[in-house]
Every structure is written in structure tokens, then in C-alpha cells.
Ligand binder design. Structure first.
Ligand SMILES: NC(=O)c1ccc[n+]([C@@H]2O[C@H](COP(=O)([O-])OP(=O)(O)OC[C@H]3O[C@@H](n4cnc5c(N)ncnc54)[C@H](OP(=O)(O)O)[C@@H]3O)[C@@H](O)[C@H]2O)c1
Length: 262
């Protein structure tokens, strides 16, 4: 990415930009000279962020919308193309977490989560992919989670949405081979944001959002297939992914006992 704004600065559409990882990532990308279109539902927060970013001297578009609204995402992508002639990178980051409680099982809530964390990414991909394929260039970045690799306590619904996303993007990468469109899957561990502030357990290897943003920005610049962090937690999760089920149940059970606050 260029170090200052200029006509060749990458045109990046970032969803979930109003707070959390998305906000820090917007600032990080702006500091590296990207042109940014910011999407989330809270227009006031996006405007505030845009004012902060414009001070760095980069171009910003505030394009509020709900990622679960398919037509609205088409309109956002159209508005971005009208303003800048195209979209180089989609960073589909918008998402949330709701704990799964077996004693209060709620299918509506879990399906809503799927519509946001998985369907929301698909809506944004649909809005950019045809033009990227026509142009023979583009980069699709989906923010999933290390929780998408194996079942973890209290995150059945969330993990399912993130597993679906990892699976989808991994498969799509094969289908896009040779098209000029790259795919990056971002898998954070625990990052300190309004989302994790709600967690009632101790989070191992908790990362500050600015650091997460730097890691994600570097991974996107290098067009890495996967950006999973932090390093020790990533390797722990990847290890858990390949061990047999009884051993997994034992290790995860013991880890969860240590994480839970009494
Ligand atoms: N924090 C972590 O530890 C962690 C770990 C692994 C993965 N992740 C993933 O990283 C992404 C960002 O997480 P975060 O921790 O930054 O979450 P967060 O603090 O809750 O921020 C979520 C962002 O998504 C936006 N958003 C939520 N629903 C939306 C909707 N329907 N349409 C458009 N935007 C919507 C929110 O803005 P509005 O409310 O203004 O719409 C906000 O900007 C999520 O996909 C999350 O699953 C986070």
C-alpha cells in the first residue's frame, strides 16, 4: 500500500468500521494511504471516524448500511464505484457474537447470527465479485475467527457461522484460481473490542485492537491466504484441530475450566 493518498491508492470497502477491530483497521489502512469506504449501521460513528481519517489526508466515503440487507449492499458497492470507478479490496468484517446457552436455546437468534456473520459476507461478495471478475483483478477478505476451527464451549452458534465462512472462502479460492481475484481469510483469536468486553471468562492471549489492525493490514498487503493470530493461540488451535476427539475433549475441557470465572 502506498504511504500517502494518491490516485493509485487502493480503493477499500470495509464493513463493520464503526467500532471494534473495523475501526482500528480503518485508521491503520488510512495511515498507509488507502482510500476507504466505510460501512456499518451507525452513521454517526462512521462520520466521526471519517473526520478523523480525513485529517490524515486520505479520501473517505461514508456508506452506512446493514450487511444483512442484500439490496442495500448492492447500492453501497454501486455508490463506491460511482465515486471511484471500482473496488480493489473488500474487507467483510462486520459480525457479532452471541453466546449459545443450552438452557435457553433460541433458533431465531442463531439463524440471525448466521444471516449476519455468514450471509452478510456473502451479500458483500455478491456486490463486488462480478465486476472484479470482469476486471480480472480484486481481493476479497473475510473476517472469520479461530473459533471456526473446532467446537468451543458456549460458542456453538457463533463457531458454526465462522466455520461456514472459512469453508466458503477456502472453497471459493479454488474456484477463483487464475481469475485475478484473491481471497484472504482473517482468523483473530481474542481481540479487546465491545464484542469481547461482554465475555464473562478470562481470554487467553488477548490482543489490543491496534495490534490486530496492524497484523491484518500486513496480511492483506501481502495477499496472504490466511491471517491467523496471535501466533501462540493460532498454533494451539491448529494443534487442537488435528488431535483425536477424546484428547480434544480432555484438553478443551481443562482449558475451559481455567478460563471460566467463578
Ligand atoms: N473481537 C474478537 O476477539 C474477535 C475474534 C475473532 C473474530 N472476530 C470477528 O471480527 C469481526 C469484528 O469483531 P469486533 O470484535 O470488532 O466486533 P464489534 O466490536 O462488535 O464490532 C462489530 C462491527 O460490526 C458492525 N455491525 C454489526 N452488525 C452489523 C450489520 N448488521 N450491518 C453492518 N454492520 C454491522 C458494527 O457496527 P454497527 O453496530 O454500527 O452496525 C461494528 O462496526 C467480527 O466478524 C467478529 O466475529 C472478533
Amino acid at each position: 500500500m502506498a504511504s500517502s493518498a494518491h490516485p493509485a491508492a487502493p480503493r477499500i470497502w470495509l464493513t463493520g468500521a464503526s467500532y471494534g477491530i473495523g475501526r482500528s483497521l480503518a485508521v491503520e489502512l488510512a495511515n498507509c494511504g488507502a482510500r476507504l469506504a466505510l460501512t456499518a449501521r451507525s452513521e454517526d460513528k462512521l462520520q466521526e471516524l471519517a473526520t478523523e481519517i480525513e485529517a490524515v489526508g486520505v479520501e473517505v466515503l461514508v456508506l452506512p448500511g446493514d450487511v444483512t440487507d442484500r439490496e442495500s449492499m448492492q447500492r453501497v458497492a454501486d455508490a463506491m464505484r460511482d465515486a471511484w470507478g471500482g473496488i480493489d479490496v473488500l474487507i467483510a468484517n462486520a459480525g457479532t457474537h452471541v453466546p449459545t446457552r443450552v438452557e435457553a436455546f433460541d433458533v431465531d437468534e442463531y439463524m440471525d447470527l448466521m444471516r449476519l456473520n455468514y450471509g452478510g459476507v456473502l451479500n458483500c461478495i455478491e456486490a463486488v465479485l462480478p465486476r472484479m471478475l470482469e476486471d480480472g483483478a480484486g481481493h476479497i477478505v473475510g473476517v472469520s475467527s479461530l473459533a471456526g476451527y473446532r467446537g468451543v464451549p458456549g460458542a456453538a452458534a457463533y463457531g458454526a457461522t465462522k466455520s461456514a465462512l472459512i469453508h466458503f472462502l477456502e472453497s471459493m479460492r479454488f474456484d477463483l484460481a487464475g481469475s485475478g481475484v484473491d481471497v484472504t481469510i482473517v482468523n483473530p483469536g481474542f481481540v479487546r473490542t465491545p464484542l469481547t468486553d461482554r465475555n464473562d471468562f478470562d481470554m487467553p492471549f488477548l490482543v489490543e485492537p491496534d495490534r490486530a489492525a496492524r497484523i491484518i493490514r500486513r496480511g492483506i498487503e501481502r495477499r496472504r491466504r490466511e491471517v491467523s493470530f496471535p501466533f501462540p493461540f493460532n498454533w494451539f488451535i491448529k494443534f487442537l484441530r488435528v488431535i483425536p476427539m477424546p484428547l480434544y475433549m480432555l484438553i478443551m475441557g481443562m482449558t475451559w475450566k481455567r478460563m471460566k470465572r467463578d
